[in-house]
Design a protein. Structure first.
Length: 289
């Protein structure tokens, strides 16, 4: 029997080693398998990113943390005589990104497996850097954005989507509240690598200014996330998320089943004719090299 070759983990900064392991393990495999669902959940944010990036037809664009490549493809449809490079740590997600780009007939995209915090980009090789909820995971954000700034020509642009704080995101609050099962869960740290790594506006301005960007601006974007067509569809998706596995850890079977039942009920309560919609808040972060 042939033993599958594990995904190659690229050379990464030590601070990003855990992220590289996760995105080349179960987390990355799950995201690749459910790419359509993840993309659909936050699809209402996509137009804000492309508008904020102000991509020109001949621009060279770098898409950081590109995942399965939905933002890479969106940028490529605008930079029709330019080129868009997606960079990510994850082998399974990049394989999906390449497949989808080829299926779309795009010839102006390419993908690189690397750690954007330390990757030796061509100096001033890009006109625009974008990221769709992918730049929040750096272990050393100042070092990472300094590296990205070197990759952008003077006057080049930066446009990022990032989540605001937990308290501003009903969809995550619902998951945490129902799966707490009476426990007191630690609050996620603002600025720590993860979903809230760029949630604090003052931190974001400090990080990007120190990295070499100016005219840093944060614009609030409030769009709901769509977790499924109906309550059962949403539960089938949400119950497979990595965060669910983490929150259920330590619960006995009875408590686990009760928590999942509460989650199913909570999702069903948010069903609308347009699907299961929950409140969410993000930042569109822009700046100039």
């Amino acid at each position: 029997m042939t033993v599958p070759t594990p995904p190659r983990i690229p050379v990464v900064d030590a601070l990003n080693a855990d992220q590289a392991s996760a995105w080349n393990g179960e987390e990355g495999a799950d995201w690749a398998a459910m790419a359509d669902r993840y993309d659909a959940a936050s699809a209402r944010y996509d137009a804000h990113l492309i508008a904020g990036a102000r991509i020109a037809p001949d621009d060279r664009v770098l898409d950081v943390g590109c995942g399965a490549g939905i933002s890479t493809r969106a940028a490529a449809l605008v930079a029709v005589t330019g080129h868009v490079t997606g960079i990510d740590l994850s082998v399974p997600l990049l394989a999906e990104a390449r497949r989808r780009s080829e299926a779309a007939g795009l010839t102006n995209t390419s993908f690189v497996q690397a750690d954007a915090q330390i990757h030796p980009f061509e100096p001033e090789g890009y006109d625009v850097v974008i990221s769709r909820f992918g730049a929040m995971f750096f272990g050393d954000p100042v070092a990472a954005f300094t590296n990205l700034a070197r990759a952008v020509r003077p006057g080049g642009r930066l446009a990022l989507l990032a989540w605001q704080a937990l308290a501003r995101n009903e969809w995550l609050l619902l998951i945490r509240r129902t799966l707490a099962a009476g426990r007191s869960l630690p609050e996620p740290l603002s600025g720590a690598a993860g979903p809230f790594g760029l949630s604090d506006p003052d931190d974001v301005r400090r990080i990007l200014t120190a990295a070499g960007f100016e005219a840093v601006d944060l614009t609030e974007v409030q769009e709901p996330v769509r977790l499924g067509a109906d309550g059962e569809d949403a539960f089938g998706f949400v119950s497979r998320l990595g965060v669910i596995r983490g929150l259920l850890g330590g619960l006995d079977e009875d408590a686990r089943q009760a928590a999942l039942a509460a989650l199913r009920e909570g999702l069903a309560a948010h069903a609308t004719p347009d699907g299961v919609l929950l409140g969410a808040s993000g930042w569109l972060i822009t700046g100039r090299r």
